[in-house]
Every structure is written in structure tokens, then in C-alpha cells.
Ligand binder design. Structure first.
Ligand code: GAP
Length: 511
């Protein structure tokens, strides 16, 4: 089990990701670019394994879901019909003094009320302790200004709720002084580009902010393949782009990220709540199957008054990240909104003829939508552990280990010859590597003391290590010849295993 998490867990994870080649800041040699990340040798394998697991479970192992890979740049009318051109905005606030930019719904303020009168305002940025921090700031304000009387408990509001007469009085989170925050204004998060040689308005196009619209726009084309019947789903994995005002928390909120979305089409009179529940449970079980503990997950039901007018219900699966409980996977019941919109805008009705119900209708949809990067971060947070283990001289030291589920670990097994200057050991170890390689990712390492080699693999999350020693060569007699030491990452237990049994032993554990 993972060790208790510390407040600086995020720093430790970011540092491990860099050290072991999981994730780097994009364009770091030029000072980096905010909201963009590169995945190194370990990171790409981990991402690929997450994607493959999802694709296998969501598409290949089901009869009712088919795959799609639509283009990233689509006709601009797609984004008009979907509502993104008009409404895919976040409320943005500028601090005129510091030139910093904030999302209005991430600034929280409260009036400082003493004996029933407002004597000032306090501000904090979104955190786990919004009310407590505001209260502390209000008390400190009252103390510093030597104001007498009874301070009332603060009533936190986000900046979108600020009245126009309050805005000049609310301190900027950047400077702590009032008077520099602008009123919130809508900022469209789609990245614009131009298609073709001209760069005038007629050539404007967008990098997609979600993969979902591909499934709606290609709905008819997929129906015409004749492979699908309601209820059925279309799934896609691909990059999405959002010009986030405040990308933050490592890869949690980026400007370029990858989504895994599935649109599940049901009949117009189907029990949408039943399907909604089905997909929430499916998503939760899937997260557990890749190593996220159920105890770190919770559900958040969006309140009715905050739902889009067409939405029947949205539930987010939340994960307890070190920086707070945050959305991991959204499961939305979107009614027939998207297909109806594209039907109207394109002039091609997105209808389905149901030959069981003998009627024609626009299907309704349940949409589980998740980001690969958010899952990857949740997996890293769940897997990070520190324990005590003996070094090569038997002295106890702190061991950092990523307890990744073998299904998604970037490297499944590491192969070590005990010594690199003994050609017989090296030859045997390379034979073992080549034996396993067709079945799983293998890392061969002959550099350094064996304990250090184990530690490097513990940090990379490799679940199994194999050591080839003199016993393997038969130096202690025929019983141990052609056996190796198999070390298990989490328990550090070691056992002697025949080389001939390795594939059958390891394969079920890593698939
Ligand atoms: N088609 C619906 C849709 O895109 P969303 O809640 O905006 O819904 C779905 O996004 C999922 O995509 C989120 O739950 C999250 O996992 C991921 N996601 C959204 N914005 C992201 C960002 N800026 N960086 C990383 N992942 C993001």
C-alpha cells in the first residue's frame, strides 16, 4: 500500500518524472512554454499503455462500440453548430498592475464584515482551504487596521459573482491591493489558425477543443457502414487543444492534451438514467483496473441549475490529487442536442431508423469523456511511494517506488547480469532478454551495483526484475542451472525460477 501522502508530493512526482524520463517541460532549452509538455521514453510507454488498455476495453472487447479517428482541423461550421464559436469561453480577469491573468471562477473573495458593516474585502486563489484562508486574511486585516468589534464568518464567492460596485474594492490576488482587477470578460479558448495560402477571415479554422464533435459529424457515415445498431457507441482517442487562461498543476490542465471520448447513442425513449449510471460504473471500474484505488475516487453531480439547457445530467468522477479533489472523468447525458444541431446546420438530418421500434428519431447520447494526461497523473499520484530498503551494504535507506499496475507499467521486466565483465553471464542475460522481448517490454541493464539497478527500476515502476548469476550458469550444480532470481518490485521478495517457465509465469501478470 502507498505511504501517507505529503504536502510536497507533487514536487516529488514532478522531479521523478524528469529524472526518470517520464515528462519534461516542452521547449525547456528555450525557457519552456506554459501549458505544453513532452513525454520522454518512460512517459510515452505509460501513455501508450493507458490508451491501449482503454481502447481494448472500450472498443475491441465490446460488440457495441466502434472506433474513429477524425481530423483535428474540421470545417469551421462544425464549431459554429456545436456552440463552441459562440460559447466555448472562460471568464477572464486581468490585473492591470501585475499584468497577470486569472480565471474569474478561480478567484475567491469575501467581504470583511465587522459589527454588521463591510470594512473591506479579501481574496484568495482556488485551493482546498478557500474559506479558512479568507477567514485568516479577514482576521489579519482587522488586526492590522486595529478595527474593534465582532468579525462575522466570511461568505466566500467566486469573482464571477462580484457586483460591479464591489470589483474596484476587491484586492488582486497578485498584488494584494484593490483597484486593479478588470470585470470578467468572456475569453474563447479555441486556438485559431488559417487553412490555405490566405490568412483572412474566410480561411479561419480551429484546432479542435474536444474530440467528441468528430463522432457527431461522422455519425451518418458510420451508420451507413451497416455495422451498428442502437444502442451503440463511437470512440476516439486524440489530441485536443484549449487556450487555457491558467494552465496549472503540472499536466492536469494543459493547453495541448489528449482525450479519450465515447459517444453512446441510445433511443429517444430509452431510460437515459440507466445508461448514464451504467457508464459511470464502467468508468470507475476501469480506473480501478489500471491501478487507481476506489477510495481515491468520488462522484460529483453537477447541480441542475448549472447544467447546459440540453443536458439531462452530468456526473464527474473526481480524484483526490495532491492539490485537491478534482475532475478526472466527465460522464454527460447530452440528449439529442449535438446531432440535432449538426442536422440543422448541415441540412442533413441525423436520424436513425429503428427497425425494432419501427420509427425514425434523432438518437440521444451518453458521453464519457476523459483526458489521458489526467489519468496518467492520477496513476502516478496513486503509485508514488517511499519505503525503507537495504542498500548494497545492508544499510537501510529510503526507497522511492512507483507501484504501477503491471498492466500499464512502461517496462514489464528488467534483466540484469550480476556482473558485466563476465561474458558468460552477459550472454545468458541477453538470451533471457531476447526470450521475453516478443511478449513484453524488457529493459536490459548491466551498469552499476545490482542494488542501484533495482532502485532505478523501482523508480520507473518496473514490476519484475530478473538477475542472472553464477548459479544460472550451473556453478552450484545442475539443480540451479538455467534458473534466475525473480524479484518482485513491491514486496522485494525474491524467488528462484526456471528460465523455461518465465514466459508462462510473467505473461498473465503483465497483461
Ligand atoms: N466532450 C466533452 C468534453 O470535452 P470536458 O469536461 O471539457 O468535456 C473532458 O473534457 C475531459 O478532458 C476532462 O474530464 C478532463 O479529463 C480532460 N480535460 C479537459 N480539459 C483539459 C485540459 N485543459 N488539460 C488536460 N485535460 C483536460
Amino acid at each position: 500500500m502507498a505511504e501517507p501522502k505529503t504536502a510536497d508530493l507533487m514536487d516529488k512526482i514532478v522531479s521523478l518524472c524528469k529524472r526518470r524520463g517520464f515528462i519534461f517541460q516542452s521547449s525547456e532549452i528555450y525557457g519552456g512554454i506554459n501549458g505544453f509538455w513532452d513525454y520522454g521514453p518512460m512517459g510515452v510507454e505509460l501513455r501508450k499503455n493507458i490508451r491501449d488498455c482503454w481502447w481494448n476495453d472500450m472498443v475491441r472487447r465490446r460488440d457495441d462500440v466502434v472506433g474513429l479517428e477524425s481530423s483535428i482541423i474540421m470545417h469551421p461550421k462544425v464549431w459554429e453548430a456545436s456552440g463552441h464559436v459562440g460559447g466555448f469561453t472562460d471568464p477572464m480577469v486581468d490585473c492591470k498592475v501585475s499584468k497577470q491573468r486569472f480565471r474569474a471562477d478561480q478567484i475567491f473573495f469575501a467581504a470583511i464584515v465587522v459589527d454588521g458593516a463591510t470594512v473591506g474585502y479579501v481574496t484568495v486563489l482556488e485551493s482546498e482551504r478557500i474559506a479558512e484562508e479568507l477567514q485568516e486574511k479577514a482576521e489579519s486585516f482587522k488586526r492590522k487596521k486595529a478595527i474593534q468589534g465582532k468579525l462575522e464568518p466570511v461568505q466566500p464567492r467566486d469573482f464571477t459573482e462580484a457586483k460591479s460596485e464591489q470589483i474596484p474594492l476587491i484586492p488582486s490576488p497578485a498584488t494584494g491591493e484593490p483597484g486593479s482587477l478588470t470585470p470578467p470578460r468572456a475569453f474563447n479558448m479555441m486556438f485559431e489558425t488559417h487553412v490555405g495560402a490566405l490568412s483572412d477571415d474566410s480561411a479561419v479554422a480551429y484546432l479542435r477543443p474536444e474530440t467528441a464533435q468528430g463522432m457527431f459529424v461522422d455519425f451518418k457515415a458510420i451508420l451507413d457502414t451497416g455495422r451498428v445498431k442502437i444502442p451503440f457507441g463511437i470512440a476516439q482517442i486524440g489530441k485536443s487543444f484549449r487556450n487555457e487562461i491558467t494552465p496549472r498543476n503540472f499536466i492536469f490542465r494543459s493547453r495541448e492534451f489528449e482525450q479519450m471520448e465515447m459517444e453512446y447513442f441510445i433511443s429517444d425513449d430509452d431510460d437515459w438514467a440507466k445508461w448514464h449510471r451504467y457508464w459511470i460504473d464502467w468508468c470507475r471500474d476501469w480506473l480501478v483496473s489500471v491501478g487507481i484505488p476506489a477510495s481515491a475516487l468520488s462522484e460529483y453531480n453537477h447541480p441542475k441549475e448549472k447544467l447546459a439547457f440540453y443536458s439531462k445530467g452530468t456526473t464527474d468522477l473526481m480524484f483526490k490529487y495532491p492539490f485537491g479533489v478534482q475532475e478526472l472523468w466527465g460522464i454527460a447525458a447530452r440528449g439529442d442536442y449535438d446531432l440535432t444541431q449538426h442536422g440543422k446546420a448541415s441540412g442533413q438530418p441525423m436520424e436513425y431508423f429503428d427497425d425494432v421500434k419501427k420509427k425514425r428519431y434523432v438518437p440521444h447520447v451518453i458521453e464519457p469523456a476523459v483526458g489521458v494526461d489526467r489519468i496518467l497523473l492520477a496513476i502516478l499520484c496513486s503509485a508514488y511511494c517511499e519505503d525503507q530498503a537495504p542498500d548494497d551494504k545492508g544499510k537501510m535507506e529510503t526507497r522511492i517506488v512507483l507501484k504501477l499496475h503491471p498492466r500499464i507499467a512502461p517496462i514489464k521486466v528488467a534483466v540484469f547480469p550480476l556482473l558485466k565483465n563476465k561474458p558468460e553471464l552477459v550472454k545468458k542475460a541477453q538470451e533471457v532478454r531476447d526470450l521475453l522481448r516478443p511478449y513484453m517490454t524488457v529493459f536490459y541493464d548491466e551498469a552499476g551495483a545490482i542494488g542501484r539497478r533495482y532502485r532505478r527500476q523501482d523508480e520507473a515502476g518496473t514490476p519484475f526484475g530478473l538477475t542472472i548469476d553464477f548459479d544460472t550458469l550451473g556453478e552450484k550444480g545442475p539443480d540451479l542451472a538455467d534458473t534466475v532470481t525473480l524479484r518482485e518490485r513491491d514486496t522485494m521478495k525474491q524467488e528462484r525460477v526456471k528460465i523455461a517457465d518465465l514466459v508462462n509465469l510473467l505473461l498473465p501478470k503483465v497483461r
